[in-house]
Every structure is written in structure tokens, then in C-alpha cells.
Design a protein. Structure first.
Lengths: 247, 80
């Protein structure tokens, strides 16, 4: 599905990002695997993936709160002199608190990581994609919190809603250049990020789903892969929910 | 090819112009130098000089001469 597609994926150290990295390489993609910090186990894991699937996986490290580090990371990718086919923005953070308890510092930090830095990174990477005569796709990972709202997720939900707005504009501007831009909105997925949520809250959420279980990271990854593949070549400007029919 | 020649070539190829039309050329002076053409020019310049331009500089590059100034001051491109 993704054979030979050179893809930049952020947030690959764990959760949905790690599952997406695995899904992409197992489908033949080469990946710049972006992560927040250097990690020996992660480096070894990337080498394992390379050997197993016959692709290249290049770890790239940067902190999304550091604009200079973002720029340096893009320089690293640019210096590889490879065409860039796709970009998947997964890295993000949550700082949950009820509305009146959310400080402006928290709002700014969450927006910095979940929105501003992702736009900056996307500006740089899509410039590289424009040099590709046949680029494919940008995918943002939003959230159903951005669409439906969710108590306690003011910062997270609104930053993820901002991504959907940006995605819509980018899709209109970049379509003529052959770049499709879409978002996904995961519901409750079985990741470390949700391990901090009390089990009774998770159980209540599951009761409201048509498919009565948590989503798997691999199920999110396969939707991202679909959006980066030629199977979705007439889809742009869309947000796809992956939420098991949550109400 | 000198840096000046590379710089001129980027403009000529992006906007379908000849060298004699470049002096004093400003953003939107010719139909091809619109926002889309601007990004084509940036790609050409980044390739030609192996640089990665920052967004503020992309916005500021409003004329043939201004571009040379930005490349000299911010990206250490020498035109002498």
C-alpha cells in the first residue's frame, strides 16, 4: 500500500505514533521516525524494523517546543536528498483540567506543542514535498474532543480543533500542488496517554460506543496509512473519526 | 556558475524571464510572481544554494534586490 513512500512521522516513540511507524514500514514505506528524545532502545528498534522489512528508518530527534530544534530536524531530513512523499503529525500532549482551572501557561504550552509547532514543522516539510513531482499526503492527528468537546479537555480539545481549521485551509491551498491534507479524530484508544484516565471513566465511555471496546493504535495507524496511500487519492480536507461509534 | 548566475537563473526559470528584466523586479510585477510562483522561486533558491529559508525571510523576499540582501545577510551567500 505504501511501497517506496518516503514518510515523515512525528511522535513515533510510543502509542499511536509507534503503531503508525510499524504499520508504515510493514507496508513498504521508508520513514523518518521523529521522536522527542534520543533513546537507545528506539534506535535498536528502528534498525530491527529496517532489517525485517527491507526499508530505511531514520530516527530524527527534536522537541516540539524548540523552534530551532525543529528547524535543525528539517535540515537533517533535507540533507538526506530524498523526495518526501508524506507527512504524518502525531506528536502531541494533553494537560487535562476543568475549564476554570486551566492556566494560560497551560493553554499556551499545549497550543505550542499541539498546534503552532506542528504548523511550523508542516510549513517546512511541505516545502520539501513541493519538490516531489508526485507527493501524496499530510495527515494531522486531531481528536473527537476537538469535534464533540470533552469535559476537562479545554486545552487539548481546542488545540486539536485548531488543527482541523488549519488542515481545511492547507487542503485548499495545496491541492493544486498534488498534496492532499486530511485529519483523523481518534476516540478512546488503548494507549499510555489514556492509562492515566480512571478505569470507571473508560468503562462509561465504552458503554456509549457501538463497538464496545477501546480502539487499538493499529486501527488508527491503518486509517492514517489509507490517507497516505493512493487508495484515498480523491480525499482531501476531511476529518475521519476513528471512535467505534461513540455517542 | 557563479552565485549571481544561480540567483538570476532561479528568477528566470520561476517567472519565465530573461536577465535584463530582473533589476528592480518586485513581487507581483509579473503574472507568474504570485503566491504560488513565490514558493516555486523559494524552492529554486533553496535547491540552488542548499539552504532552508525561514518563513519570515520567505515573506520578506519582496524583490530581486531584497532577495540578494536576505541571502547575503542571513544565509551567507556571497555574490562578489
Amino acid at each position: 500500500m505504501l511501497t517506496g513512500k518516503n514518510t515523515v512521522i512525528t511522535g513515533t516513540l510510543q502509542g499511536i505514533g509507534k503503531a503508525t511507524l510499524e504499520y508504515f514500514v510493514s507496508n513498504g514505506a521508508n520513514v523518518w521516525a521523529c521522536a522527542q528524545r534520543k533513546d537507545d532502545a528506539f534506535e535498536a528498534y528502528c534498525k530491527e524494523l529496517e532489517a525485517k522489512y527491507g526499508v530505511w528508518v531514520k530516527p530524527v530527534y527534536f522537541d516540539l517546543t524548540d523552534a530551532d530544534a525543529i528547524k535543525a530536524a528539517v535540515k537533517t531530513i533535507q540533507s538526506d536528498k530524498q523526495l518526501v512523499d508524506a507527512l504524518v503529525n502525531i506528536a502531541g500532549m494533553a494537560r487535562d483540567a476543568i475549564f476554570h482551572m486551566v492556566s494560560m501557561d497551560t493553554m499556551k504550552l499545549v497550543f505550542e506543542v499541539n498546534f503552532f509547532s506542528q504548523i511550523l514543522f508542516s510549513q517546512y516539510i511541505t516545502k520539501l514535498m513541493l519538490r516531489n513531482p508526485n507527493p501524496s499526503s499530510v495527515v494531522f492527528v486531531s481528536s473527537i474532543s476537538a469535534i464533540d468537546g470533552n469535559s476537562g479537555q479545554l486545552a487539548y480539545g481546542s488545540s486539536k480543533a485548531a488543527l482541523i481549521g488549519a488542515m481545511k485551509t492547507m487542503s485548499k491551498e495545496l491541492a493544486s500542488k498534488g498534496i492532499r491534507v486530511n485529519a483523523i479524530a481518534p476516540g478512546v484508544i488503548d494507549t499510555d496517554m489514556n492509562k492515566v484516565v480512571p478505569q470507571e471513566v473508560i468503562d462509561e465511555k465504552i458503554k456509549t460506543m457501538d463497538i464496545k471496546r477501546l480502539g487499538k493504535p493499529s486501527e488508527v495507524a491503518s486509517t492514517i496509512a489509507f490517507l497516505c496511500s493512493d487508495l484515498s487519492r480523491h480525499i482531501t480536507g476531511q476529518t475521519i473519526r476513528i471512535d467505534g461509534g461513540i455517542k | 556558475m557563479t552565485n549571481l548566475e544561480k540567483y538570476q537563473q532561479a528568477f528566470c526559470e520561476s517567472f519565465n524571464l530573461t536577465n535584463d528584466k530582473l533589476a528592480g523586479l518586485k513581487y507581483q510585477d509579473v503574472p507568474l510572481w504570485d503566491s504560488v510562483g513565490h514558493m516555486n522561486l523559494i524552492a529554486q533558491l533553496e535547491d540552488a544554494f542548499d539552504i532552508m529559508m525561514e518563513t519570515d525571510d520567505i515573506i520578506d523576499l519582496s524583490s530581486f534586490e531584497k532577495g540578494m540582501e536576505i541571502l547575503k545577510e542571513k544565509y551567507d551567500v556571497k555574490f562578489d
